[in-house]
Design a protein around this ligand. Structure first.
Ligand SMILES: [Zn+2]
Ligand SMILES: [Zn+2]
Length: 232
């Protein structure tokens, strides 16, 4: 019998137990979660971390979602886990990150909600990647919360270019009308729209618009990681 080698799911360094982070990642993660936790300085509307009051984006253009929250800032082991999930095909990390999403809903950040809806990928992107990380995250969070995941409620009807090198205004234009919601799929429901990362909130805003147009009662945004500062 060989002793089982236990590795940190985020950085692969030795860890103390199964599914346990290494000491360094564990400490940093706790500090990051606190920066988006109860009483933390985040934008009251979109949840962008590191903001003392309503952020510039929400002041200039109030989003369609009622509220959005991030579990943590996009930094350190959180950023590493999101990147490995998305681009390293480490799909098991969705089950590692899901509880952090669930925790935001469980502590009552939005009040009562009815279902989770993942931000969809365009079919071409889905074929290329093989999975939608937002769906995996929503499923994991849904299991912890006992909430259904309405996977097909929102569709991406237009391929959009990557948002990475776009400034705020371009991001909003890029995703405008990119989504459509199936009429009747979310009638009157209090929907939590789930994504991996929020930068300007343009994607959540466009998705929320489509869900509200299809009859959703209320839309909240929930992401693993919120980007603290956005600069062109
Ligand atoms: Zn680690
Ligand atoms: Zn804001």
């Amino acid at each position: 019998m060989f002793p089982r080698l236990l590795r940190c799911p985020v950085c692969d360094r030795p860890a103390s137990g199964p599914d346990a982070l290494c000491g360094g990642c564990g400490q940093t993660l706790a500090a990051l979660l606190a920066r988006c936790g109860p009483g933390a300085a985040v934008c009251p509307r979109c949840g962008k971390p590191g903001e003392a009051w309503y952020c510039a984006g929400c002041r200039e253009r109030p989003p369609a979602f009622a509220l959005a929250r991030a579990a943590a800032p996009y930094s350190g082991p959180v950023q590493e886990a999101v990147l490995r999930l998305k681009f390293g095909r480490a799909t098991w990390l969705a089950d590692f990150l899901g509880p952090f999403l669930a925790g935001v809903v469980a502590r009552g950040a939005f009040g009562p909600v009815d279902c989770l809806v993942p931000v969809p990928l365009h079919p071409a992107r889905l074929r290329q990647r093989g999975f939608n990380q937002s769906l995996l995250l929503a499923r994991s969070a849904g299991r912890w919360l006992g909430l259904p995941v309405a996977a097909g409620a929102l569709r991406r009807v237009r391929a959009t270019r990557s948002q990475v090198d776009l400034v705020a205004e371009e991001r909003a234009t890029n995703v405008r009308d990119a989504f459509a919601a199936a009429p009747g799929s979310v009638d009157g429901a209090r929907v939590v729209l789930v994504d991996d990362v929020m930068t300007t909130g343009a994607t959540l805003d466009a998705g929320a618009r489509a869900l509200l147009a299809a009859g959703a009662g209320q839309v909240y945004g929930l992401v693993v990681a919120g980007v603290e500062e956005y600069s062109a």
